[in-house]
Write a protein that binds this ligand. Structure first.
Ligand SMILES: CC(C)(COP(=O)(O)OP(=O)(O)OC[C@H]1O[C@@H](n2cnc3c(N)ncnc32)[C@H](O)[C@@H]1OP(=O)(O)O)[C@@H](O)C(=O)NCCC(=O)NCCS
Length: 151
């Protein structure tokens, strides 16, 4: 079964926040406080989408879009559902929304050692722009800044 045909991608709501925060805490070493996600719901520049399979949260992604520029803030998929196209579908929806908002360039930061995320972004046309040395406080890992120009 292709899970992509069975998931729905919808705007994040208050009801999604606890599951989003739980997945964030599972995936990232320095997760945001849950209150940050509730605040993002009030942020007019923030675009958050969740991937749902029935009522189960399989993934989520977030972006800030201001004055023609967007930044992918976060993207995560449940470990057991990775490599099934969920992350790609979320990214597609975020980039579609960026188009709709007349965004011309999209940036993001990714750990240099995050092979999966770098491969995903590269497959969408993102290219390396810069390296931020010792960017991540937990292990001093460098961040790769990647960018995509939208036509
Ligand atoms: C990065 C992440 C969101 C990708 O989600 P996903 O649902 O597994 O991605 P997809 O299945 O849509 O993959 C799309 C493409 O990305 C690339 N890709 C994804 N995971 C990969 C991996 N582990 N190794 C190599 N390429 C990979 C492939 O090109 C893949 O296409 P293919 O499966 O047809 O070869 C997921 O691995 C994740 O949640 N990681 C932990 C959180 C994280 O690091 N987020 C990014 C922060 S910048």
């Amino acid at each position: 079964m292709d899970i992509r045909e069975s998931i729905t991608i919808t705007p994040m709501t208050e009801e999604d926040v606890p599951a989003v925060h739980a997945l964030e805490s599972l995936c990232f070493t320095s997760p945001w406080d849950i209150t940050a996600y509730y605040r993002e719901l009030e942020n007019p520049s923030a675009v958050y989408r969740v991937a749902l399979y029935g009522e189960r949260l399989l993934g989520f992604g977030g972006m800030w879009a201001v004055d023609g520029e967007a930044h992918i803030v976060t993207l995560a998929v449940q470990p057991e559902f990775r490599r099934s196209g969920v992350g790609g579908k979320l990214l597609t929806v975020l980039l579609d929304e960026a188009h709709r908002l007349d965004v011309h360039s999209v940036t993001l930061e990714v750990r240099v050692g995050n092979v999966a995320a770098r491969a995903l972004y590269t497959s969408f046309g993102f290219t390396p722009l810069a390296t931020r040395r010792n960017y991540y406080p937990d292990n001093g890992e460098d961040a790769l800044v990647m960018g995509l120009l939208l036509g």
